[in-house]
Design a protein around this ligand. Sequence first.
Ligand SMILES: [Zn+2]
Length: 381
Amino acid sequence: MGTAVTLDTEFVRLVNKQTVATPEDARRANRSLLLRALHRDGPLSRADLAKLTGLTRATVSSVVRDLMDDAVVEELGLSTAGGVGKPATLVDVAADGRHVLCLDLSEPARFVGALVDLAGKVVVRRTYERKDRTGTRAVTLVRRICRELVADAERPLLGIGVASPGIVDAAGVVVTAAHLRWTSVPLGPDLAAEFGLPVAVVNDADAAALAELTFGEQTAVNLICVRVDEGVGAGLVLDGRLYAGSTHAAGEIGHVVVVPDGARCACGKRGCLETEVSAPLLTGRLEAADGDGNAVLERAGEHLGTALATVLSALDVADVVLSGSGAVTTDTFRAAAARAIAARTMPVLGDRLVVRAGSFGFDDVLVGAAARVLDHELGIR
Ligand SMILES: [Zn+2]
C-alpha cells in the first residue's frame, strides 16, 4: 500500500450518472465500483475502498462479503503501512479464484483457446490450426476447444468468452463473419446449452478495446482500438463504455474506400481499407518488397490514418490503440498512421493524439474476451 491511493473520479462520475433503477442495478454498480478500484489500486482496506468509491463503510463490507462468497475477492494480510490506529485487513481480487475460458477466433490460420485468470493473465493456452475450416466445421472446432479447456480447468469457471471476427449481436449470435463464412450462427446460446456456463460472444476488435479498458495500464475512457488481422475493424470506447452502434456494427471501418479504383475487395467494391491494410495482404507485400518494407508500411499506415481522421474528429477521441500481429505493431506503421491523422485533423486533436500498441500484445483479444465475461457476470462495467 505504499503508493498513494488515486481516486478514479472519472469512473465514479460515470457510474453515478447511470440510472440506478432497482436494487439489482445498485448491487451491480457497487460490485463494479469496488472491483474496478481493486483492479487498479488493490490490495486495499475496506476503509480505502469506501474513500475511493464514495460508498459507505457498511455497503463496502457487505459487497466485499458478497464478492468473497463468489471467490472473486480474497482477504490478504494486515496492512503494513505506518500510521496511527490498528492495521487494517487488505482485500484484493482473487486472481486465481476463478478462471474464464476464452477463445480468439480472429487469426487467419488458427484459433487460440485459453484459461484466463481474473486479473487478465493467461494461465493455459492452446493453439489449433484452422486448416481453412469454415461454416459448421469451424463451429465444431470451437466446441472441441471448449471441451478440451473445460477438461484442463483447475479452478471453477466463471464463464466462456469468445472473440469472433465480424458482427456479433447482444444475444451472442454471430450475425456475419465473412472469413469464417458464418451467417446468423447462434454461437453463444449453443455453447451455453452444451457447457452449462454463461457465455459472452464479442467482436474481436471490441474485445481488444475491452482488454485495454478493463485491464490496461492507462486510464482512457475514450479510445479507439483498431484490430488488423484477416480483416480490419475497430472497437470504440466512449465515456468508459464499449459503443455497439445501432446494429452492433460500430467500428466496422474495413470497407471504407480509401483508394478509388483500387484493388477489388471481397465485398464487391474497389479500394476498401481491407484491400490496403489486412494482415495477409501486408505480409505478402512485405515479402515481395524483399527487405525494403518501409514504403509498404508507410503507405498502409497512411491509409489507416486517413480512414480514421474523420472518425476521431467526429468523436473527439485522441487515443488510438493498434492491435494485431506483424506489420501493424511496427513503429514505421504506427508513425505513418499518426502523421496521416495529424495532417488531416485540427491541432486540438492532433496535439493530444497518441497512436500506441496495446498493453497485452498478442493476448489482447483473449484477455478482452475474459473482460466481457467479467462484465456480464460481475458487473465490472
Ligand atoms: Zn470491401
